[in-house]
Design a protein around this ligand. Sequence first.
Ligand SMILES: Nc1ncnc2c1ncn2[C@@H]1O[C@H](COP(=O)(O)OP(=O)(O)OP(=O)(O)O)[C@@H](O)[C@H]1O
Length: 627
Amino acid sequence: MAQRVATSDGGNKKTSRVRVAVRLRPYMTTPDQKDDGPCVRGLDSQNLEIINWRNATETVKYHFDAFHDEQTTQQEVFLSSVKPILPHILQGQNASVFAYGPTGAGKTHTMLGSSEQPGVIPRAVREVFNLVKAKDEDEGWSYSIGMSYLEIYNEKVLDLLSPNSQDLPIREDKDKNILIPGLNHTTISSFSDFDKHFVPATLNRTTASTKLNQRSSRSHAILLIKVVRTQRASPRRQQTGKLYLVDLAGSEDNRRTGNQGIRLKESGAINLSLFTLSKVVDSLNSGTSIRVPYRDSKLTRLLQDSLGGSAHSVMITNIAPEYKYYFDTFSALNFAAKSKLIVNKPFTRETVAVPVLPVKRAREEHEAGSSGTEPHKKRQKDEKKSQQDGSSPSAHYHSPSEPSVMDRLIALEKLMMSCQDKDRISMLKDVAQSRKEIQELKEKQREFESKAKLFSQLAGEKSITQQEPVFKNNTAPLQRKQSNATKPNKQQAVVQPLQVSQLQPLQQLVVAKKQSVCVKKKEKKLSDLVESPNGKENVKENAWESQLDTSVLEQSREKILQVLNTGCLKELKSLQQIGDKKAKLILGWREIHGHFTKLEDLIKVEGMTEKRFSSFMKANILSAMGK
Ligand SMILES: Nc1ncnc2c1ncn2[C@@H]1O[C@H](COP(=O)(O)OP(=O)(O)OP(=O)(O)O)[C@@H](O)[C@H]1O
C-alpha cells in the first residue's frame, strides 16, 4: 500500500510571499450616469493612487507587486502574475490564484474572460499541459492531470461538475491536505478535454443580476487542477501538486446594490466569508500564534493551504475606476495591502508507493490521480488520526474542537431557548431594567452630542459628514492632485501607506497611516492604548460583566464585533448608543483602517471614550442577550 512519508524536497524551508497584483478595469459609463471621471489611477507598473476621501486635494498611494492598468491585456496579466508560479505544481507543490474585489470590478473577466479574450483559467490550464508535454521522458516520471470544480454558495460547497450535488464536507488529512470527500475529480488528457467539462460546469455557477452588475457571481468558484507525478521506477515516489484558481464573489455594500430578500441573504454569506478572509489575513499578519480563524468560513477553510500554508499564491485585486465604487475600491486596496504581508511556506507533498502488492498500488494510483471521487475512507481515517495525535506542526492554530462563529451563535441561541422559565423571566427583567438605563443614557448622549455639535460649529470646524459632499462634487480630483504637485506642503500630506518596508508589522503600518491620513484627528493618548499584562487593552473591568456566563459574554461580544465590521449604516445604528453620526464615524474608520480586530478598537473611533465604550458594551451585551 502507499505510505505517506514526511515531505522531502530537501527540507525546503523557503518561504514564499503572497504576490499581490492590482488590476484596474477600464472606465465604463452608462448613458444615464454623469461622467465624474476616475477616482483612482495608476502611476507606474507597481504604484497607484486614489483620492483621499477625507480631503479631495490629497491622494493615498499604494505600492504592489504589480499594477495592471486599464490597457493591460489578458495575456499580459497572465504572463506577469500567473505563469511564473505554475511550474511549482509539477514538483508536488501547491499554487493558487484568486481574484478579489468589489462586484463588477472585473474578477470574472480576469479569471474566465471570453472566447475572444480568454482569462487566467484557460491560459493556466493550457500552460499546465504545455509544461507536462515539455517534460523530458528521461527524467523518469509520468504525469496525470485531473480537475475538480466547485462553488461555495451561501456557505454550502456544491460540486459544479455534478449539478445535483448536496453540500459537501471539507476535511483535512494529517499532512494538512484539504480534502472534499464526494467531490468529483475527473482525469483530463488535453485542453479540449478540460474545456468539454469546464464550459458546461461554469453554466451551473450561481449568478444573478444586481444593480451593480447584470451578471453578478453570487458564489465563490474554485477550480482545482491536480497534477500527480509518479516515478516510473522503484521506489515509485509520487508527488501531488494542486493549483487552485479562484473567482471570489464580489465584496459588496448592500446600500448600493439594492439587494433584498434572497440577494441580501447571499450577500450576507459572501460578506461573512470575505470578512473571515480578512480576519485570517489579519491573524497571519500579526505573526503571533493566535488562532487563525480558517474554520470560520468554508472559503477560508478551503483556501487554508493557499494562505499562510504551503502554496505559492497570487492575489489579483480587481478594482473599478468610477466614483460610485470609491469606498469599495478603498477597502479592496486596504485588504490587498494586508495580504501582501502573508508569507507562505511551500513544500513538496510526497508519498511513496511501496510495491508490496501490485493490485493495491494500482488502487492507490487511482485514488491519487485518476477519475472518480476523492477516496473517502482512507482520507477520513487519516484525518481522524491527525485530529487525535495532534501531530501537525501548527495544530495549535486551529484546534478541530474549536467551534466556528456560526456554531457558537447557534449554541448561544440554543442556550437562550433551553433556559428555564424562571431564569428567563429574571433575565427578561434584567433586560427591561437595562433597556431603561440605556434609554436614559441615550438621552444624555443626545444632549451631549448636540452640545458638542454646537461647540464645533462655533469653533468653525467641519464635520466629516460635511466633508463628503465636497469630495463627491469634485469632478476632476486627480487633476487637483496634479496642481498640488507644485505645493510642497500638500505633498507632505500625501500618504504612501505601503511604501513603508514590507517587513514592518501591520500594526505599525496602521499607526503610520493614521498619523498621515487623519491629519485633523486628535492624537490619542498613548496611555489609552497601553496593553495590560493579559494582552487586553486597559479598559476598566465592569462588575456587571463578571455576573454573566463567560461563554455567553463571549458570544455577545463576537456578535457585536461582527455588526461593527460588516454592518451597513442602518445595521450599525441598530446597535445601542450608536446614532447616525457615530455610525458614519465607524464606517469611515473601517474604510481607512480595515476591520476592528477587537471590540476595544472602538475606542480609537473619534468621540468614543473609555467611559462611553464601557457603557456601549453594557448596553449592547445586555440587549443582545435580550433578543
Ligand atoms: N479589463 C477589462 N476590460 C474590459 N472589460 C472589462 C474588464 N474588466 C471587466 N470588464 C467588464 O466589466 C463588467 C463586469 O466585470 P465582471 O463581471 O468580470 O465583474 P466581477 O468582478 O466578476 O463582478 P461580480 O463580483 O458581480 O461577479 C463585464 O461586462 C466585463 O466584461
